[in-house]
Design a protein around this ligand. Structure first.
Ligand SMILES: *[C@@H]1O[C@H](CO)[C@@H](O)[C@H](O)[C@H]1NC(C)=O
Ligand SMILES: *[C@@H]1O[C@H](CO)[C@@H](O)[C@H](O)[C@H]1NC(C)=O
Ligand SMILES: *[C@@H]1O[C@H](CO)[C@@H](O)[C@H](O)[C@H]1NC(C)=O
Ligand SMILES: *[C@@H]1O[C@H](CO)[C@@H](O)[C@H](O)[C@H]1NC(C)=O
Length: 449
């Protein structure tokens, strides 16, 4: 134990003194702000001022795709979840590639096409059922177009795991393994594309685990079954994914990190959200991505990694932490440095271009990292003491399918939030709920707003 603490201390020092060694890292470029600079300025800034060499966006915004032309920065793009059912059809996939990729490629170095985001977690049955067929069709379509360097994947929240502690006991959610994840991993193996996950120690954080979540000295977690010691939550989450894949026979499939990050500010009480914590977390993630040191169960493996996120986004709903994940402020000043600036910042910045905020409705849904156990207790409470009419999620009700705790909890938490006057605190649920502006309704299952 003294030994562990000591070696952790040494590696901590090593990281500290080698801060400038981080050469390249990916970032997510989210656009939920009304004060963000135009895409052309963003692309030029990243190219000239930073060593960021990969960018991922959450849509197919042509202005952004065009802005990254001839920057030599790889761009990954995301197809909206709602298009998934129609893209399972090969002819539709081919015309989609013709309209959305061909005009921009290869001037813009498109790296990954993500077929939706966290579809198993949030998607309706039609999206979930068509996900792998759509991935196959799009893969086929980009190859037919001759764009063989573009990989087709999708990204997953860790809601796909049944459990992660210890990693050796991890497995995917039972219902998803057979129907969705086995065929998907088979696709990834055949197409040599990575299985992309969003491991956020932040969303699994609890006060007693603070140092473990933040790569700071701690007693570690010893996994008896494998004899491996875990000194941070990030390794633990990645190995839990790896073990789950291996249990299905896919330990050889590459893993990529679609999102991970830590907010630099929060509401009063969110004391874990500080600049020092955000910097330290992201610096360690970036170092891991760059060094290829891997994890206890995947030594020497590199993971293409996209930090969340590029900017603080002032229109993200929910608590302050949601708007504070950025490496940069909208004026391009760094919130903190993780060794990705080409040289010390000269200061100043671009003129912000305000966009009109969308006025609108809001819904309450479970947070990414919320466990099934906590969501089940939300359901139990809301349907009894909370006074929510829960018949819609009972067998035969319009929101019964998908028959998962998360889906049922989403419907019920939202019903409670709306009934109580939709204040942010009505969506707290002991920190397991989050307010969103995108309507979770699907098919006959209508969420009120
Ligand atoms: C892991 O840590 C435990 C307790 O600190 C120690 O007994 C064990 O030898 C360590 N194992 C490895 C493989 O480092
Ligand atoms: C473009 O990026 C690739 C990979 O990041 C790098 O190997 C290459 O040297 C870059 N080319 C230019 C012209 O900067
Ligand atoms: C899911 O996790 C629970 C608790 O960790 C465990 O008892 C159960 O066997 C797991 N289910 C599967 C299918 O692995
Ligand atoms: C719904 O899910 C629960 C929990 O997994 C299970 O016990 C139940 O049998 C399922 N109901 C149907 C109709 O599939």
């Amino acid at each position: 134990m003294a030994m562990d603490t000591f070696s952790l201390f040494i590696s901590t020092l090593f990281i500290f003194f080698h801060i400038t060694a981080v050469a390249s890292i990916g970032v997510n470029y989210g656009t939920m702000g009304n004060n963000l600079p135009p895409p052309s300025q963003v692309a030029q800034f990243l190219k000239t001022q930073t060593t960021i060499n990969r960018v991922k966006i959450f849509d197919m915004n042509p202005d952004i795709i065009r802005a990254f032309a001839n920057t030599n920065i790889s761009l990954s793009v995301t197809i909206p979840n709602g298009l998934i059912p129609q893209l399972a059809d090969l002819a539709t996939a081919r015309s989609w590639v013709g309209a959305n990729i061909r005009p921009f490629y290869p001037q813009t170095k498109i790296e990954y096409i993500l077929v939706g985001s966290e579809v198993l977690h949030w998607g309706d049955a039609a999206m979930v059922n068509n996900l792998v067929p759509a991935m196959r069709s799009l893969h086929h379509a980009v190859n037919k177009a001759g764009f063989t360097a573009i990989k087709v994947t999708t990204q997953h929240s860790l809601g796909i795991l049944n459990s992660s502690r210890p990693p050796s006991s991890a497995s995917f959610q039972f219902g998803w393994q057979q129907y969705f994840l086995t065929p998907m991993l088979e696709y990834h193996r055949q197409s040599k594309s990575p299985f992309m996950v969003n491991p956020y120690p932040y969303f699994a954080w609890n006060p007693s685990d603070n140092n473990f979540a933040l790569f700071r000295p701690n007693p570690g977690l010893f996994d008896r079954a494998t004899g491996k010691n875990y000194t941070n939550a990030y390794d633990l989450l990645l190995d839990a994914v790896f073990v789950s894949m291996k249990k299905l026979g896919f330990g050889d499939v590459q893993i990529a990190v679609g999102e991970t990050g830590w907010p630099s500010a929060g509401d009063p009480g969110q004391w874990q959200c500080t600049v020092a914590n955000a910097r330290w977390h992201n610096l360690n993630v970036a170092r891991k991505a760059e060094s290829g040191v891997g994890t206890p169960l995947m030594p020497g493996r590199k993971f293409d990694t996209f930090l969340f996120s590029l900017f603080n986004e002032n229109l993200k709903p929910g608590a302050m932490d949601e708007r504070s994940f950025g490496l940069f402020r909208p004026d391009f000043s760094a919130v903190y440095d993780i060794g990705i600036m080409r040289q010390a910042q000269a200061g100043g910045g671009a003129t912000p271009t305000p966009v009109t905020p969308t006025s609108g409705k809001q819904w309450c849904v479970p947070k990414k990292g919320a466990t099934d156990a906590s969501l089940q207790s939300n359901i139990n409470w809301a349907c009894t003491s909370g006074g929510v009419d829960c018949s819609a999620v009972k067998a035969g009700g319009p929101c019964f399918n998908p028959n998962t705790t998360r889906s049922h909890a989403a419907y019920i938490m939202n019903a409670y939030y709306q009934a109580k006057g939709h204040q942010d605190f009505n969506c707290d649920f002991s920190g397991t709920g989050v307010v969103t502006t995108s309507d979770p309704s699907y098919g006959a299952c209508k969420y009120t707003a």
